[in-house]
Write a protein that binds this ligand. Structure first.
Ligand SMILES: C[S@@+](CC[C@H](N)C(=O)[O-])C[C@H]1O[C@@H](n2cnc3c(N)ncnc32)[C@H](O)[C@@H]1O
Length: 321
């Protein structure tokens, strides 16, 4: 099955945005569209074997999924610049893939790492927040168990896609999604002002810390909002990479200065051209300093983009199971 790629769709949105800001004349809009048609892969060919498999939405858990006719689903898949997808019944999908390599496999709802989290804490008793919610797969997965889930992202298209996915899955009563830029907005102030919420039990933090310019200032903010647990999955700097000095609110650290790519259109990029990657030992020390004193390492892997750690940390006095 061939479907428009998220890479192509998100570049189209970037062109339309410039046009609406009066930055492009009609002839330039056409020229820019032609350029991306020539340069990027317009369609992704999704593996038909993969599409013949059962739905990746667990119907024993998701009981109020909305049922769409194929025509409406096709319309929904064109309306938003989707870059990831779920497989539904009869080889239908909600969303798209970013490219043939990136986000080309269907996401499952609930995602299996929710079971891993359940080993450490009772999610049924938790309110949760997902930072950098992208297209809502983890926000929705958390909403299948947690009492209430807040999602946030700095990109309006991701906020909308998350809301739509959660609505499609019938989880909208439990989910609140907001447009927040972690570079500039304060979490504690925002949640207090908007929802009169001072603390959230679980902070779900996956794929975001290594996109930030001031990760320590951000972790301070997170530690104030976090009532019990922090689930953190992030790239970190190896000793060899850590050649830059970073002055943070908790002191100086040797870090890796990471250059963001495709920042102007990629739906999963950071918001600033340069991000700071902490070293693992510093990250652990900072978490402990901020009161997240029990840390369990779930995985530590070497990936294409560098070293990546996955952990769960609990506040002093809170038990990890
Ligand atoms: C690499 S993706 C990770 C998405 C998802 N959490 C996952 O693990 O698949 C990073 C996400 O964080 C968002 N993001 C990046 N910088 C952000 C910022 N400064 N504030 C809020 N969200 C941000 C991006 O828009 C994107 O949705």
């Amino acid at each position: 099955m061939k479907i428009l790629s998220g890479n192509f769709l998100s570049q189209i949105v970037a062109i339309f945005k410039r046009a609406n800001r009066q930055q492009l004349e009609k002839s330039q809009i056409i020229a820019e569209l032609m350029k991306i048609c020539e340069e990027s892969t317009i369609q992704v060919d999704l593996d038909s074997k993969r599409l013949k498999k059962p739905s990746t939405i667990d119907q024993s858990i998701i009981q109020k999924q909305r049922q769409f006719d194929p025509e409406s689903l096709d319309t929904l898949n064109c309306l938003l610049p989707w870059s990831s997808y779920n497989l539904l019944e009869d080889s239908m999908i909600l969303g798209s893939a970013y490219t043939s390599q990136k986000r080309s496999a269907p996401h499952s709802i609930p995602d299996k790492h929710i079971n891993v989290l359940q080993k450490y804490c009772d999610l049924r008793e938790c309110s949760a927040i997902e930072l950098g919610c992208f297209e809502g797969h983890y926000t929705a997965s958390l909403a299948t168990i947690c009492k209430k889930v807040y999602g946030l992202d700095s990109r309006i298209e991701n906020v909308i896609k998350t809301l739509v996915r959660c609505w499609f899955l019938g989880l909208e009563d439990k989910v609140y999604v907001d447009l927040i830029n972690l570079e500039t907005d304060n979490l504690v102030n925002f949640y207090q002002a908007r929802y009169q919420v001072e603390k959230i039990d679980l902070v779900h933090h996956r794929g975001v810390l290594y996109h930030l310019a001031n990760p320590v200032a951000h972790l301070i903010d997170v530690s104030k909002l976090c009532n019990k647990y922090l689930y953190l999955h992030t790239q970190y700097a190896t000793h060899e990479q850590a050649a830059t000095e970073y002055e943070s609110p908790l002191g100086k650290y040797k870090v890796f200065a990471y250059k963001e790519k495709t920042i102007n259109y990629a739906p999963f990029a950071g918001m600033v051209p340069q991000a700071i990657w902490l070293q693992k030992s510093d990250l652990f020390r900072i978490l402990k300093q901020l009161g997240l004193t029990q840390i369990k390492e779930i995985s530590d892997t070497q990936e294409r983009n560098g070293a990546r750690i996955e952990l769960i940390a609990a506040k002093t006095g809170v038990k990890l199971r």
